[in-house]
Design a protein around this ligand. Structure first.
Ligand SMILES: Cc1cc2nc3c(=O)[nH]c(=O)nc-3n(C[C@H](O)[C@H](O)[C@H](O)COP(=O)(O)OP(=O)(O)OC[C@H]3O[C@@H](n4cnc5c(N)ncnc54)[C@H](O)[C@@H]3O)c2cc1C
Length: 434
């Protein structure tokens, strides 16, 4: 590539959980020279954390799906990190009652109080049987209708679509994604967890792995602008105004950005570009409350259908994220993208969520501070038409050495677990390509 200043085997663009995981895995492997680019001033992407008055705040609620047995745990182990991910249980708030669903260990599902025995058996057998593309095409409401399910199963599938798929649109959410997640839970015997010390140490551990390697360089505040692939074979990038030679390029940011913001030379085929561009993201209202006095000893993640919400006193799982004697309470409520800018709606939903916390925990939160934000949760919400088989693959078709990873691609998992999983898969593809 003429004008290139330096050559790297791999350029990874985006230092969210996907890009950081890949850079860390490649650093541990030490076979390739790697350049990790991040357009923002700090790494972490949607997993970033901030400190406030002694609290360690996530960018919203952040359960580690599949706990230590998920993909993030796997990446951490490869990086020799001993961070413990403590399992968390799940409960459903229904009919003004908090009902246990899955405890810290899967076997506790047998004692759950949310589903009748027949519904539990139907749910389990459907999740085990629903393999193949077809189930991903079926919506939750379509599946419930077809199976003439009882109100108990309906409330659970709706609650899980809120908490796991980040949508309250059961008419569009893919039941196959829920079943696929539960197959993973059954195999690994754990549903979710939270890292001891919060997510800050996880990001630090990945960055440490990168920094330990003399073969990986990190550039913050540097945006990938262009991918140069003459003859459709990647030769380099332009980033921060500089041309850089590269053997392969991995875009670790939402697929829509690859379609809309990056100049690819030669351009992506129009049909493919439009497909990426049209993918819908999920939007949520997140509230973080620092509490002067703890409101609950409960360590479980609580799902509610009305209002659609997830609540979690996350410092019960990881006390280090709140100052001694205080508590960090997180709420999340999925909303339609159309309501994003509707201030009156957001205020109303915020009040509803706080009322819900009073009902769930039996007290009014003794609030030290409250942070409210509306943000993109998943870069691709698993609606039936954009569930796993319909999302873009990791290899960008028609190009040699161009890849896309993150929580919007066709790999198994959801959210951060999917982002890390795609990084593990991209490492394998790079080993075969370079
Ligand atoms: C409030 C909230 C709650 C959530 N809760 C959960 C949860 O409980 N469990 C869960 O598993 N997931 C959860 N998620 C989803 C999870 O955060 C995401 O799935 C995950 O962080 C996506 O990681 P990523 O690396 O794919 O993308 P991102 O985190 O978006 O990272 C992409 C990075 O690329 C950078 N970038 C973009 N364009 C460029 C460019 N051109 N050049 C260089 N850099 C670029 C961005 O600045 C960013 O840092 C939640 C998300 C939010 C916002």
């Amino acid at each position: 590539m003429p004008g290139g200043t330096k050559r790297y085997d791999v350029v990874v663009a985006g230092a969210g959980i996907a890009g950081l995981s890949l850079a860390a895995l490649l650093s541990v492997q030490a076979r390739y020279s790697v350049l990790l680019l991040e357009s923002g001033s700090a790494p972490g992407g949607r997993f970033r954390v901030t400190r406030r008055d002694g609290y360690l705040l996530d960018w919203g609620v952040h359960a580690c799906l599949l706990g230590s047995r998920g993909s993030i745990g796997r990446v951490l182990r490869r990086c020799d990190s001993d961070i413990r991910i403590r399992p968390a249980g799940m409960a459903v708030f229904r009919d003004e009652k908090l009902l246990p669903f899955v405890g810290e260990h899967l076997a506790t599902v047998l004692g759950q109080k949310v589903l009748g025995t027949a519904s539990l058996a139907r749910f389990g057998s459907a999740a085990l049987a629903s393999r193949g593309k077809r189930s991903f095409e079926i919506t939750i409401s379509g599946w419930l209708e077809r199976n003439r399910s009882g109100a108990d199963l309906e409330s659970v599938l709706k609650a899980l679509s809120i908490g796991l798929l980040a949508t309250d649109s059961y008419e569009r959410a893919s039941v196959g994604e829920l079943f696929a997640f539960f197959r993973q839970v059954m195999r690994r015997a754990v549903a979710a967890g939270y890292p001891e010390g919060g997510w800050g140490p996880v990001l630090d551990a990945l960055l440490e792995a990168v920094k330990r390697s003399s073969r990986c360089e990190v550039r913050l505040g540097t945006r990938l602008e262009r991918v140069i692939a003459p003859g459709s074979s990647v030769e380099g990038v332009t980033a921060g105004g500089e041309d850089i030679e590269a053997g392969a390029v991995v875009c670790a940011f939402p697929p829509q950005s690859l379609a809309d913001e990056i100049d690819i030379d030669p351009p992506l085929p129009e049909v493919y570009r439009k497909r990426l561009s049209a993918l819908e993201d999920s939007v949520g209202l997140c509230i973080e409350m620092g509490l002067n006095t703890p409101i609950t000893k409960d360590r479980r993640i609580v799902f509610s259908v009305g209002p659609p919400a997830l609540l979690w006193a996350v410092s019960n799982t990881s006390p280090a994220v709140a100052p001694p004697g205080k508590q960090l309470l997180q709420f999340f409520s999925p909303i339609s993208g159309k309501m994003r800018g509707d201030k009156a709606f957001i205020e109303r939903r915020t009040d509803e969520l706080i009322d819900l916390a009073v009902k769930v925990y039996g007290h009014t939160p003794d609030e030290e501070f409250k942070r409210v934000m509306v943000t993109t949760i998943g870069s691709v919400v698993p609606f039936a038409g954009q569930s796993r088989p319909y999302r873009p693959g990791i290899s960008v078709p028609g190009y040699d050495g161009l890849y896309i990873i993150g929580d919007g691609v066709n790999a198994s998992g959801l959210g951060g677990d999917l982002a890390a999983r795609s990084a593990i898969q991209a490492e394998r593809l790079l080993n075969g390509y370079l």
